[in-house]
Design a protein around this ligand. Structure first.
Ligand code: ADP
Ligand code: ADP
Length: 219
């Protein structure tokens, strides 16, 4: 479902973020991405979403070469992806419900249907009772669960979550991870980056990355 073929990413002469990364994530898989800060995790996510392009190598999503996508193809790719990325915070000037509806309204869904689906998504992450709250009234973990609802409201085949449990206490982190695992359980392919040792220890598949290189688990 996600395939990297010898992917390298160099932002500038002295900023090499990924070096010859090859990996395969199968449909329906739940894989964790582990590695220290600066290892290249965010860059790897951005390549899948075509936010950044590889300097060399190929990235395929569903067999489709991202490098060959024209500008018109990018929105189609992103519709397959639920993104919970570091630099995509909730909009603080509107309610939880309005945040969750946004991706649907952007793609032209009728308001009524958007609201219905956004409520369903919020229910799945246990945040429906806070639908009319403003994001800043929520805890960090609650905000992340809303971000997950927003990411899945388009029913993507893939969820990419970049450190969704950073700075959360155990109980909040578990709720965030449970929400992601529940979508995986119904067939959504998940790639989640985390430093959470407890999660990594019990994970079926961990992809380790250091200095832009895979240290195992790629297969
Ligand atoms: P991680 O998510 O694992 O912390 P990143 O992918 O953010 O790692 O960063 C990997 C490396 O690429 C770091 O050395 C970082 O400084 C560099 N980097 C990331 N984004 C940019 C950018 N836009 N321009 C230049 N260098 C960048
Ligand atoms: P832009 O391309 O508008 O500069 P981004 O690169 O941040 O902005 O995001 C690109 C597109 O990805 C958005 O227009 C939206 O369609 C989609 N997108 C971003 N975040 C999400 C999300 N959480 N859920 C669904 N789609 C999203």
């Amino acid at each position: 479902m996600i395939e990297f073929q010898s992917v390298s990413k160099q932002y500038s002469a002295d900023a090499v973020a990924l070096r010859d990364v090859s990996l395969n994530i199968a449909k329906g898989e739940l894989a964790y991405l582990a590695g220290p800060s600066g290892a290249g995790k965010s860059t790897l996510f951005k390549m899948i979403a075509a936010i950044e392009r590889p300097t060399s190598g190929r990235v395929l999503v569903n067999g489709q070469d991202i490098g060959k996508l024209g500008n018109a193809g990018v929105p189609f790719l992103r519709r397959k992806l639920g993104l919970v990325l570091q630099d995509q915070r909730l909009l603080t000037d509107r309610t939880v419900l309005a945040n969750a509806m946004l991706p649907l309204l952007v793609t032209g869904a009728p308001r009524r249907e958007a609201e219905q689906r956004a409520r369903a998504a919020l229910e799945k992450v246990g945040m429906l009772d806070r639908a009319s709250a403003m994001p800043l009234e929520l805890s960090g973990g609650e905000q992340q669960r809303v971000a997950i609802a927003r990411a899945i409201v388009n029913r993507p085949q893939i969820i990419l979550a970049d450190e969704p449990t950073a700075n959360l206490d155990r109980a909040s982190a578990d709720k965030v991870l449970d929400a992601l695992r529940a979508f995986n359980a119904v067939g959504v392919t998940c790639l989640i980056s985390t430093h959470d040792e407890q999660v990594l220890e019990s994970a079926k598949r961990v992809i380790h990355i250091e200095h832009g290189q895979l240290v195992g688990g790629a297969a």
